[in-house]
Design a protein around this ligand. Sequence first.
Ligand code: F6P
Length: 375
Amino acid sequence: MLRVGMLTSGGDCQALNAAMRGVVKTLDNSLGDEVEFYGFENGYQGMIYGNYRKLTARDFSGILTRGGTMLGTSRTPFKLLDEPTPEGINKVEAMKKIYADLNLDCLVMGGGNGSTKTAHRLSTEGLNVIALPKTIDNDTWGTDMTFGFHSAIEIATKCIDDIHTTASSHGRVFVIEIMGHKVGWIPLYAGIAGGADVILLPEIPYSIDNVIKTIEKRDKGGSRFTIVAVAEGAISIEEASLKRKHYKQRIAERTSPSIAYDIAAEIINRTNREVRVAVPGHTQRGGVPCAYDRVFASQVGVEAALGILAGEYGFMVADKDRMIMRVPLDIVAGRLKTVDPACQLVQEAKAMGISFGDEGIEGAINPILKPRKKK
Ligand code: F6P
């Protein structure tokens, strides 16, 4: 009998269910009654507190199109992994114990960066772990694509499309805030897909002067409106010159709801324009997975199952150059896949006249993304 533990960790996204279904269907198809599934509830918390359900293949039926995660999820910050829970439970030891008590052969974990670090840690502690690359942010190292990303792009693009019509009717500037605290993959793709005039990313510090120049240039050219797509974690050139801790402090002390409102206020102060803010927020993580994500997540699930059937563990399923493959967890854990300001897509966007707010100031680096010195 093969016993498989499953959990989903960190922020949810579309196609988590599709990925888990892919694992279960493949194993069920191959092993039938010779496999058992144990679903831990709400991420690693389920392992720590012993909250799980024994599931059958039937439980995974009808969930391909369902967003969110049937297992529930939560964030269990990696940096707090070695701190006991409020009840005094040693988290790592508790997870090892339940794995042993249930006599599991492996743990399949759908998660993003932090969750994959924990998966790697458990792997070094002797557990057989396989990670599935989940996150709308697409910032997981070692894979070209994460599932959830395409669904989020569709939603963010639709938001920009919808704003376009009202922005053009009223001749307004719209600042649309798109998810991505540390990386700008979603605003980059959705910004291009939605025809944004300005795209501001965490990886490319901007000057507000350049944003305003773009608005004025469009005014002069007869375009009555401008769309600014801004990542949650976009950063000005002034902020980029701060030390990491001072920048973090500045963000913690922000009095406006978020960066989009700061940028809107600056545009209002310096131009005569009517400016509005739109924040699609968590809608970008919600709803049904798009067709691409359903297919990709299913492929990911199958590959994880094939690994299990082969007795191979300690990897994350990845998509490299459109091939589904296995990447060792120690290569993935603790690394972030950011947008390279010099990459082809950014250059192509610039060639079309999209401003990234960095004209004349290229080369500044967000302090959050600077490699940290080892203590
Ligand atoms: O990591 C996914 C993500 O949606 C980010 O894009 C966003 O910055 C963050 O999670 C929001 O986190 P929370 O759901 O905890 O508000």
